[in-house]
Write a protein that binds this ligand. Sequence first.
Ligand code: SF4
Length: 542
Amino acid sequence: MNAIPTQDEQLLFEPTAPDANAIELAFAFPNTYSVGITSLGYQTVWATLAARSDLAVSRVFTDASDPLPSDLEILGFSLSWELDYVNVLSLLEERGIAVRATERLAANSTAKAPLIFGGGPVLTANPEPFADFFDVILLGDGEVSLPAFIDAYQTVRHADRATQLRHLAQVPGLYVPSLYAVTYDAPDGSITAITPIDADIPAIVAKQTHRSNTLLASSVVTERAAWPDIFMVEVVRSCPEMCRFCLASYLTLPFRVADLEGSLLPAIDRGLKVTQRLGLLGASITQHPEFETILDYIGQPKFDDVRLSIASVRTNTVTRKLAEVLSRRDTRSITIAVESGSDRLRQIINKKLDTDEIAQAAIEAKAGGLKALKLYGMVGIPGETEEDIDATIGMMKGLKKTASGLRLTLGCSTFVPKSHTPFQWFGVNKKAEKRLKRLQKELRSNGIDFRPESYNWSVMQTLLSRGDRRLSYLLERVRHYGDTLGSYKRAFKDMRGTLPPLEAYVFTEFDRDRVLPWQHLQGPLPIETLKKHLAEAEALMN
Ligand code: SF4
């Protein structure tokens, strides 16, 4: 294992020297150093932990690690990508740590295993397929739950593991999966109930929300990052648009914006003293009410050498000014998520955007000097027909004429139902695969770059986004068979009778009253509100 390349890191925070009896804690990103250090969430949690004198913090990646102490007490994982669970299991095994929480609990009286915690977007959305691998899962914004977790652990540091877990389960946002029993109507049937194993364990665990206008900024800049030398600032958190499928909006509500004078602009200044590359992050950065001021600030001559990268933006907020600032700051293209060329489908998903506005965005992008426009779409959206695919083809052909000379790309995925959104009850549409092929044929033959995402990957993502705890045994098998759709099918075959078939998890529309695997984990909106939004969408489908 390589050492962490600290010689290339420029730190933007002061790590604190650990006290003599500090807790030995390792914080892992279950992917390479380059990928992990580019995650603003990972950077922030690491910096928060390393600033505490009661912790001695090490870092672990799949290809680089600090030397770990023999008396490691806590090992945490930031899970940003579903399939990285494979690396979580490998990192545990390589260190001789049992992968299941129950095995660690049983072993704890004799050989002390570290407490394993997890956090990050994948685990906040639906932790259940991975729940058995973790002792504690932090739900929601780390700014709130992380200090609460460490403080609570301190008070039971020397207790046995069972006592520790019961104490941690009392802290808002800390989910201890082993303290919840799941029952089924048959081994391969539906969930009948999810209940705490004792009356003193909370029945519902609520995701925690950071209610502040100070949002995240990079704590480390390094040329080894996937975006070399980038300094990142979070401009907004969540999105107020509430497109019915969108996890980035529904799971992270309410919409919060960074305070300019108090935090965002000083952070940009700090970062641009150490690098010339700036990334503005957030689900919908152009919806910051003072976005124009941010553009003016970055547009100043003193930042002429800065290279600016931005996340995808809302289509109807693409202005000539934005395009000009981007092209002057070394960015040649802009990405907009349009979802579909069909006005009808966009109404169904609550995307408040019409086709004329998409054409206007292309005109503004070209006029502002950008060379390329990337659009993101989806197939298999609930309510979609072949006519809606025709509309997408028509829209792309129209754009080619409207903004001739602008390089057009359509990236396209398959609709994946996500927990805590109004579309969580829908399954994947099997016609999606054919529709991707149709778009490919018709667009490429018209000289439009079409980049489909793998349909099989969408199937696996759906399994994990709607799955329950029984999947942990399947995932262990899949890991040994190799991570392809074929290996999932093989594992399902092996385990027939012990869990529902792939079809039931991925393609079946869920009954509205069924107990969902994440029903005991409370997102920002009550389930009744999600049902109301679903009903509004369904009323537009016929
Ligand atoms: S505009 Fe984009 S980020 Fe916002 S809710 Fe819609 S899809 Fe999500």
